[in-house]
Design a protein around this ligand. Structure first.
Ligand code: GSH
Length: 339
């Protein structure tokens, strides 16, 4: 899907996000034909993408790195979309393909939609299984439990789902997707409404988080992952590139401390690649940044400064424990990290 400005997937006058097209689920009982199995599937992501980054974080927190190996696409798509140019020979070493679109094609020839990440590919057949980013992380939390590490947190606890769903719905509309509606608006009023909505919701979230360490209950949940992936991109790309500039994240004491707290929690910040994030947004969306210039800032050092949120209590991993170190080969390069 590409419009005349080279904005793949965003070629609408009024920005509207395309629905995920492949919504098969990988489940413990395999009812869609895709049973949970260690090593059978490959998670394809871009570290630039907020929706894919949810899955990267969940996978780390739950200790699914060995069970669900990951392919990282080049942050810059070309006219064939996501590609494996970071890998030797420009091919994913397991799937043997150069473009993610090849897995989409194997699933459905002539598929008319866009090629998006996150995507899960069935390794034996090379076919795409799902690109349903909303469902994917919930299934990692609830269907892949047999393969979780010991000490994995419950990211979608049964007794809290109603509240988590409610918070995530508001965060999705106003924040996760709100920044995109602001950024890709082609009419002043549309931009202003989206931008105002982003900050209205952020103010409410800051009130909520002033007295409690996490969004729901006193442990990390899926809701925190979904807010984090937007907050961590905020000052680097959404503030400038998407014109969400009423204030910077670093100017809001509560949200900035909350975001740093998560960043410094194993499984969050160690997945973030600011180099991929900045190059993707500023170089790919040529409709809103025609020169493709990538700004030098912001200074990332602040992400590592003390946040003092421990004083609010909370048990980040509930009865569980933090994940171990990032597996070899999955470390983010120094260019993408603070400090
Ligand atoms: N599947 C959804 C959500 C996932 C998504 O938007 N991923 C982006 C990257 S952040 C993507 O891969 N877009 C297709 C493209 O840019 O070619 C969609 O296509 O809107």
């Amino acid at each position: 899907m590409e419009d005349g400005d080279g904005n793949r997937g965003y070629g609408h006058k009024t920005f509207s996000r395309s629905r995920s097209y492949f919504t098969d689920r990988i489940t413990a009982d395999g009812r869609d034909g895709w049973p949970v199995r260690a090593g059978r599937y490959r998670l394809v992501v871009s570290r630039a993408c907020p929706w894919a980054s949810r899955a990267v974080i969940s996978r780390r927190l739950l200790g699914l790195e060995d069970a669900l190996p990951m392919a990282v696409a080049d942050p810059i798509q070309d006219d064939r979309s996501w590609r494996f140019t970071l890998d030797p020979g420009g091919r994913d070493p397991v799937l043997g393909i150069r473009f993610l679109s090849e897995a989409y094609d194997r699933r459905e020839t002539g598929y008319p939609g866009g090629v998006s990440v996150p995507a899960v590919v069935d390794v034996p057949s090379g076919r795409l299984v799902t690109n349903d980013y909303q469902r994917l992380t919930l299934d990692l939390a609830t269907e892949w439990t047999a393969l979780h590490r010991s000490g994995a947190p419950d990211l979608y606890p049964a007794g809290r789902r109603e509240e988590i769903d409610q918070v995530m719905a508001e965060v999705y509309t106003d924040v996760n997707n709100g920044v995109y509606r602001a950024g890709f608006a082609t009419h002043q009023k549309e931009y202003e409404e989206a931008c105002a909505g982003v900050f209205r919701r952020l103010e409410l979230l800051a009130e909520r988080l002033a007295e409690q360490r996490y969004l729901v209950g006193d442990t990390l949940t899926e809701a925190d992952i979904r807010l984090f992936t937007t907050l961590v991109r905020f000052d680097a790309v959404y503030h400038g590139h998407f014109k969400c500039n009423l204030w910077k994240l670093a100017e809001n004491p509560v949200l900035w401390a909350y975001a740093r707290d998560l960043f410094q929690t194993p499984g969050f910040g160690d997945t973030v690649d600011f180099d991929h994030i900045k190059r993707h947004y500023y170089q790919v969306h040529t409709g809103i940044n025609p020169t493709g210039i990538v700004p030098l800032g912001p200074d990332l050092a602040g992400w590592l400064s003390p946040h003092h949120r421990e004083k609010l209590g909370g048990r980040p991993f509930g009865d569980g424990t933090p994940p171990g170190p990032v597996p070899p080969g999955e470390q983010v390069a120094p260019a993408g990290r603070p400090g």
